[in-house]
Design a protein. Structure first.
Length: 188
């Protein structure tokens, strides 16, 4: 489940884990692997709530899509698998989440949404190449500064979660429907 040896814990001692269980019906391996530092776990869950879960400038679906494309680009099987299931569990409308993760450009998403995901991928994969022109392009598609900021934060959150998952060796809670490494190799 994790590279770090886990000591048995009582979820009653972790109010944050109880809330996660109430929301999702289980405690994901990703969070279980972090019980050695409840203070950091609590802060992380607050960050996830503020950036990903709370609808504000971007919709939850838009943020989940950003999370999916970035996690797939980073080859994070854990995060792609988890967020595909979250999209289904929340019954968010749109193309199949696996298709968005693998190739959002071949979906029937509106061009505006594809532009947002293209920006997210550029920031995720080539952060030093992001320029004012990229922001101006998003403005052309009608995105506000608040929406762009939220998109940037979602990319950062995805990268953070992916690397925490890699470092802890978290195993997906669900069976993966796609093989990211094979899919990325076939695309090249």
């Amino acid at each position: 489940m994790s590279y770090i040896r886990q000591t048995p814990f009582d979820e009653k001692d972790f109010p944050t884990l109880q809330l996660i269980k109430e929301d999702y019906g289980f405690i994901p391996n990703f969070f279980q692997a972090q019980t050695a530092r409840p203070d950091i776990l609590d802060a992380e869950v607050q960050l996830v709530e503020a950036i990903l879960i709370k609808e504000s400038a971007l919709t939850r679906r838009q943020k989940e899509n950003i999370f999916l494309v970035c996690s797939a680009a980073n080859l994070s099987t854990y995060c792609v698998t988890a967020h595909c299931e979250i999209v289904r569990m929340l019954q968010l409308e749109g193309p199949e989440p696996e298709q968005i993760a693998l190739d959002h450009m071949s979906t029937d998403l509106p061009i505006v949404e594809k532009a947002l995901l293209n920006f997210a991928l550029k920031l995720n994969n080539h952060s030093l190449k992001v320029t004012q022109d990229d922001i101006d392009d998003l403005h052309t598609y009608g995105f506000s500064d608040q929406q762009i900021l939220e998109a940037v934060m979602c990319v950062g959150l995805a990268k953070f979660a992916n690397y925490v998952g890699f470092g802890l060796g978290t195993v997906p809670d669900f069976e993966s429907r796609i093989d990211l490494e094979k899919s990325k190799a076939a695309a090249m």
